[in-house]
Design a protein around this ligand. Structure first.
Ligand code: ATP
Ligand code: MG
Length: 426
């Protein structure tokens, strides 16, 4: 029989890779905490309308990328393609928006039926942050500063650049949309097929086209940033000024429009050139109308989402590695019950000690071989007579042959702990 394979574009995260994931998650979650963001965990499955209302019908995500199906009750459900819509649904449902200044973050898998390629999976992972109830430019800038702090904590201090733009307010976009259509209509014969369709449904999205001819036309198109009204303009100027004051470098990219419908005012992307075509590692923006669109009271919001797999690819390219080897490997000539009991006592006394045990037994030679292969630094040897006398020996597997240290069983855990602490300090 043929083996069953995972679904195309949905990858296993294997034990050799998970230490780097875990480390990344630790760095990111503690950075969120440092900015007073609180974690929210929401289901991966929602009613489809949660996404269609928020993201908008005429977007790639809703048009072609969602995993949508009817469940056994005939309800239309979708696997979440992104986090913001569900967070907004949850915040409205639980009344979280009554207090202004709610700051939440989330992480987890997202699902999009796209063509799998480097940096693009069908199940991928995001960290995201959302801030509600704050109009101030300072909120936009704190969120951008948070992104930059994450890069620096990860050691990715070079090669990720920031692009920002403003999409203005709803009226600005409406006015601009007409100007853009007026510009594009006489040039429609030169547009690619997708863009031609978007000309009717969502002309701003034509800026995202990858077709060269279309891109050339868009390069000369009127710019939304020139169309932005006074209030939104002042907001954007303040964002730029605050970024300058914090020393955060950026470029203004008038062609940055973002794929999802709900954005307004500030939008931004963190981009790297080190990953080829899929170079956006983090993207976000303001969404002052979204909460109302989802049925809540008008509440401003701003957020971002970062692609974990793309970050990991950057970490790997930078040679950043993490591993999780056992500290100690227990080899023994005593009965399994005694061996297990000793290992349990180590774990009870020293909860941070990573203890592997020669569960399969076998000759001492075979057990030592397994200890070597495990990558453990220390071996605990339980000989029969020593064990009866209340002793065991500790062997440093990186030292020259024969060096063993006999210790009493009642101090074994604390001895191992101080050896490991010394090693960590090296
Ligand atoms: P792209 O232009 O690359 O399709 P997007 O605009 O669809 O990106 P967002 O919805 O803004 O992406 O998602 C935020 C981030 O999530 C992206 O910048 C990227 O890092 C990551 N991401 C999005 N889609 C995928 C995917 N299919 N596989 C891996 N990462 C993804
Ligand atoms: Mg996309």
């Amino acid at each position: 029989m043929k083996n069953i394979q995972s679904i195309r574009g949905m990858h296993d995260i294997l034990p050799e890779h998970s230490p780097l994931w875990r480390w990344l998650e630790d760095q990111v979650s503690s950075t969120f905490a440092a900015y007073d963001f609180h974690e929210i965990r929401i289901p991966v499955l929602e009613r489809t309308e949660v996404f269609t209302r928020a993201i908008g019908q005429a977007t790639d995500v809703v048009e072609k990328e969602m995993y949508t199906f009817e469940d056994r009750n005939g309800e239309l459900l979708s696997l979440r393609p992104e986090g913001t819509a569900g967070v907004v649904r949850s915040a409205i449902q639980h009344g979280l928006l009554h207090t202004p200044g709610l700051k939440v973050w989330y992480q987890g898998p997202m699902f999009r039926h796209e063509r799998p390629q480097k940096g693009r999976q069908r199940q991928f992972h995001q960290f995201g942050a959302e801030v509600f109830g704050l109009d101030a430019a300072a909120a936009d800038v704190e969120l951008i500063a948070l992104g930059e702090r994450i890069w620096s904590r990860l050691g990715l201090t070079r090669g990720i650049r920031l692009e920002i733009n403003t999409l203005g307010d709803r009226e600005d976009r409406k006015r601009y949309r007409q100007r853009l259509v007026d510009y594009l209509l006489p040039r429609r014969d030169e547009l690619d097929e997708d863009s031609l369709r978007r000309l009717e449904t969502n002309p701003l999205r034509i800026f995202d086209s990858k077709h060269e001819r279309t891109r050339a036309i868009m390069a000369d198109a009127p710019r939304l940033i020139d169309e932005v009204g006074e209030e939104a303009r002042a907001h954007f100027d303040e964002v730029c000024e605050l970024l300058d004051r914090l020393g955060i470098e950026y470029t203004i990219n008038p062609g940055l429009v973002r794929g999802l419908d709900y954005y307004c005012r500030t939008v931004f992307e963190w981009i790297t050139d080190d990953l080829g075509a899929q170079g956006t590692v983090c993207a976000g923006g303001r969404y002052n109308d979204l909460v109302e669109m989802q049925g809540g009271k008008p509440t401003p919001g701003i957020g971002f989402a970062m692609g974990v797999e793309r970050l990991l690819a950057l970490l790997e390219a930078a040679g950043i590695e993490q591993s999780q080897l056992p500290h100690v490997f227990v080899v023994s000539r005593v009965p399994p019950a005694d061996m297990l009991a000793l290992a349990e006592s180590l774990r009870a006394e020293a909860p941070d000690l990573r203890v592997a045990v020669a569960l399969g037994g076998g000759s001492m030679k075979a057990q030592f071989k397994r200890a070597d292969r495990s990558g453990a630094r220390y071996c605990v040897v339980l000989g029969e007579s020593e064990y009866q006398a209340g002793q065991a020996s500790i062997k440093d597997l990186r030292a020259e042959r024969g060096e063993q240290d006999m210790v009493n069983l009642d101090v074994l855990a604390s001895r191992l702990q101080s050896l490991i602490a010394g090693e960590d300090a090296d």
